[in-house]
Design a protein around this ligand. Structure first.
Ligand code: GRF
Length: 234
């Protein structure tokens, strides 16, 4: 089964791009069939257009959530969407959409939840808070979306080291590179578990993962570690 994926993005859409690249080949577990943004100016819309994927702008600001839910459901149903992936989407998803897609709607967060999450924790603020805390490790979390910001169960987590000389920009870039690797793989696993091909499998570092692996990760090393991760990890 190829799951039909909708990606919701308010901003630059680099995670959307990672999914378009990952799922762009035939026989993929999923295909990106729809991109939804709440902002006309989102660069994600141009990425969708370049890839030939339907893109819709559905404004959320100052609108009744029920009306927004109706507009979302119309297009989600028209495109027969199986799974929704939020990727830098800054609006609270209306309850009716979450009920309809429970267990099939996921988000990516640029930290290891439940730390550094919740209302108002997005973008640079997350990395600022991580640096201010003195944490030595941060990371990426992919989790189910519920009615509350950043609270659903994690389906994938991956650590990223914080270096002594990190700035918000350098840390954000290191985390984002891992997001691009983890998100498509987490969705792939979700598709397999929903279609009954594999038990629900959470994605995390392999048992052999050592601090030295994350001390100086190049993207090739991260890719190697991600691909070496076992199918089941808890
Ligand atoms: C990512 O850091 C993601 O974790 C967060 O928003 C950012 C989106 O970046 N939820 P992009 O739009 O995918 O480039």
């Amino acid at each position: 089964m190829t799951a039909r994926l909708a990606v919701f993005a308010s901003g630059s859409g680099t995670n959307l791009q990672a999914m378009l690249d990952h799922f762009g080949t035939r026989d993929s577990a999923a295909s990106v069939e729809l991109v939804i943004s709440d902002r006309e100016s989102a660069a994600a819309l141009a990425r969708a257009e370049r890839a030939g994927v339907r893109a819709e702008v559905i404004p959320f600001a100052k609108r009744d959530p029920e009306e927004v839910a109706g507009a979302l459901l119309d297009v989600l149903e028209a495109e027969r969407i199986d799974i929704i992936a939020l990727a830098g989407f800054l609006r609270l998803i209306p309850a009716r959409i979450i009920e309809r897609y429970r267990g099939r709607i996921v988000n990516i967060h640029p930290a290891l939840l439940p730390a550094f999450g919740g209302r108002g924790m997005f973008g640079e603020r997350v990395h600022e808070a991580v640096l201010a805390s003195g944490c030595l490790v941060t990371g990426v979390t992919v989790h189910f979306v519920t009615e509350h910001y950043d609270e659903g169960a994690a389906i994938a987590q991956w650590p990223v080291p914080v270096r002594p000389d990190d700035t918000v920009a350098s840390l954000a870039a290191r985390v984002l590179a891992v997001e691009h690797l983890i998100y498509p793989l987490a969705i792939e696993r979700l598709v397999h578990s929903l279609s009954g091909d594999a038990p629900a499998a959470r994605l995390g570092p392999p048992r052999s993962f050592a601090a030295s692996d994350s001390a100086a990760p190049t993207s090739a090393e991260i890719a190697r570690l991600v691909h070496a991760a076992p199918r089941t990890s808890s």
